[in-house]
Design a protein around this ligand. Structure first.
Ligand SMILES: NC(=O)c1ccc[n+]([C@@H]2O[C@H](COP(=O)([O-])OP(=O)(O)OC[C@H]3O[C@@H](n4cnc5c(N)ncnc54)[C@H](OP(=O)(O)O)[C@@H]3O)[C@@H](O)[C@H]2O)c1
Length: 258
């Protein structure tokens, strides 16, 4: 299928250098409708991700930005909108997973979790909303929350609170931005194989054991793959989802049924 480059819809994916973000880029690229902009903190990681997508090209670009820094966010979004003459989609996927209950959660840990998982999405939405509202086809925003935002995870206080707030942020802004034909939907993944879990396990075999044990307890008998979530993102960006907004879509192999 040959696609007119002018027709490509620009989609910004935060945390596009790994895990769910990178898989989302892969699945969107397959449809040939999108120009993907991967955002991340780590340039080397983004370069490796771009390589996995066939290299930086007319349909894949990379931008570094630390989401803890609001001035970086504003500058990078301005640059992206200027370069591609607008923006169609934003996937707020970047996130961090600090462990700890009340006693272990220092103010710094709390602030960082809120900054990356909640304030980043708010600032990004604020930065893209005006440009999206100028599109004839409107705009699409997909926020990656977590089942922890519905049913708090054990020993993940700041994370669970940040992800619950992200769900409410999505619904609140879906109400406000509907008049501009901008949809905002939220996806809540359960446990998905990704680098997010790697830092919390001392070895690969321990991590595999964790996936096997937790996945085995779910109705569908396994943990998720990044592609399970990427497919849901693709739906919310597609023409089929034109009349869907404020949705909270759980992708968890049935975990929340337990
Ligand atoms: N995996 C799961 O089981 C699971 C379950 C529920 C929800 N989720 C959510 O899914 C999303 C994607 O996570 P993942 O599982 O795919 O893990 P991942 O591969 O670790 O992805 C997280 C991404 O966030 C980016 N990021 C973190 N801090 C950042 C910052 N300050 N500025 C810019 N980018 C930053 C990272 O990029 P850099 O390395 O460049 O900083 C990384 O690419 C997260 O929001 C996570 O909470 C995951």
């Amino acid at each position: 299928m040959t696609v007119d480059k002018q027709q490509l819809k620009t989609v910004l994916i935060t945390g596009g250098g790994s895990g769910i973000g990178l898989e989302t880029a892969k699945i969107l690229l397959e449809s040939k409708h999108y120009r993907l902009v991967l955002l991340g903190k780590n340039r080397l990681k983004l370069e490796a991700a771009a390589l996995a997508l066939g290299g930086v090209s007319e349909t894949v670009s990379i931008f570094t930005c630390d989401l803890r820094d609001s001035s970086q966010i504003r500058k990078v979004v301005e640059k992206i909108i200027g370069t591609y003459k607008g923006i169609y989609g934003l996937v707020n996927n970047a996130g961090i997973y600090p462990l700890g209950g009340l006693a272990e959660t220092t103010e710094a840990i709390w602030d960082e979790a809120m900054s990356v998982n909640l304030k980043g999405p708010y600032l990004l939405i604020q930065a893209v909303a005006e440009a999206m509202s100028k599109n004839t086809e409107g705009g699409r925003i997909v926020n990656i929350s977590s089942t922890a935002g519905i049913l708090p995870n054990h020993f993940a206080f700041a994370y669970s609170v940040s992800k619950a707030a992200l769900i409410h942020l999505s619904k609140t802004l879906a109400k406000e931005l509907g008049k501009n034909n901008i949809t905002i939907n939220c996806i809540c993944p359960g446990i998905v194989r990704s680098p997010l879990h790697e830092t919390y396990h001392s070895s690969r075999s321990e991590l595999e054991e964790f996936y096997l044990k937790r996945g085995g307890s779910f109705p569908l008998g396994r943990v998720g793959e990044p592609r399970d979530v990427a497919g849901a993102v693709r739906f919310f960006l597609s023409e089929e989802a034109t009349w869907v907004t404020g949705d909270v879509f759980v992708v968890d192999g049935g975990r929340l049924l337990l």
